[in-house]
Design a protein around this ligand. Sequence first.
Ligand code: CMX
Length: 441
Amino acid sequence: MGILKDRFKAKSDAMAAEIKEMIKENGNKKIGEVTLSQIYQGMRGMTGLVTETSLLDAKEGIRFRGYSIPDLQKKLPKALKGDEPLPEGLFYLMLIGELPSEEDVHHITSLLQRRSHVPNHVFAAIEALPLSTHPMTQFVVAIMALQTESQFAKKYAEGMNKKDYWEAVFDDAMDLIARLPRVAAYIYRRKYKFGDHIHPNGLLDWAGNFAHMLGYEDETFKELMRLYMTIHADHEGGNVSAHATHLVGSALADPYLCFAAGMNGLAGPLHGLANQEVIKWILEMRNELKTELPSKEQIAEYVQRTLQAGKVVPGYGHAVLRKTDPRFSAQMEFGKKHMPDDPIVQTVWNVYDTVPPILQSLGKIKNPWPNVDAHSGALLVHYGLVEYEFYTVLFGVSRALGVMASLCWDRALGFPLERPKSVTTELVKAWLQGKDEIWGD
Ligand code: CMX
């Protein structure tokens, strides 16, 4: 086995033994109660999953193995002359649970380079789709085409011992992460750059090479990709993309099938598609108002019109967070450092000054603050990546790091099939009248 696999095996064996003991001693202890509104309203606040890679605090934001985004920016290894963390380092942290050394990160970069070959039939599957196909649909089709390469699926068909599941999942996870930038860049260049594809550069890090294959050679764009790939990677386990990946994996579907499921969820406008919706909304506002830099008064009026039309203000609100998303703040810092005078970036900041009090005044929105998607598009537009329908694919490439690390843990810890109980409203009504009970299993 390789160094990374050996370390993961040692960590996960120890954790599996600890959890077994913990369940034996404490398995009947109760964690909270479930209310009727929770089962009707998206299970908000209901603890029901274990995800080792990161933890979301409503007031503080995300921590990856205990480290906040500013911590990661300080403590994770960086590219030569770079300031932003290398996402390979975050992957190591999520998988192993410890900060990586420079050498560990180089090891992951070269592992990913070695595994990055994409078979021709994957490109053929993408080419079979009309050019007008949404990039997220092309992405999911490509992931499904890659599934022919699954080690887990092959070994399971041959009759694998359940003790070996984790290793086949680990191999698939690494292969998938390695191949995604090439697939995503292919979709981008096919759809928006007349199929003028760019070969990978084996000397670059994972995110730097992704930027290169997309066709953006500016060093600060590469830095943006390193930051972007780091901050979008994981947001604990209950969000739609992470939960869908985990749920499908619980049926022992291979990592390609699981990741495709997660990406179908990410493509929803209340989740990852919000990043395209934000920039679309800003561009429409600028067009309608015929100005590059709308005033705060104009923005406030446009927000009211959006709400009156029965739409959400994209990029604002969150199911768990109750403050400005630190992923938004990290991107704002990047904007202040590299492009403080860009009108679209300034518009994002003016929207930030304007929207929260308006949403707050409605009285029903639990979190009036911006989430990660409120900022990302403006930074990309600055570098000329204006094709906003592609933005969720970038999010998806990054999200692979978190959900694949988690899937390795799921199989290493032997998590079973996920199968919560559902009820009918008929049963709920009978239960409210004391005529029936809500069965526990
Ligand atoms: N604009 C207008 N209304 C909003 C709103 C927003 N940004 N955020 C929440 N609301 C509304 C809800 O639609 C809901 O309205 P109804 O009661 O009429 O149905 C009400 O406020 C209460 O919602 P909530 O409890 O505060 O929020 P939820 O946990 O139900 O939803 C989220 C969270 C993210 C889906 C929601 O805030 C939203 O739709 N935001 C805009 C889309 C967005 O930015 N999504 C990206 C999230 C981050 C990500 O996953 O990438």
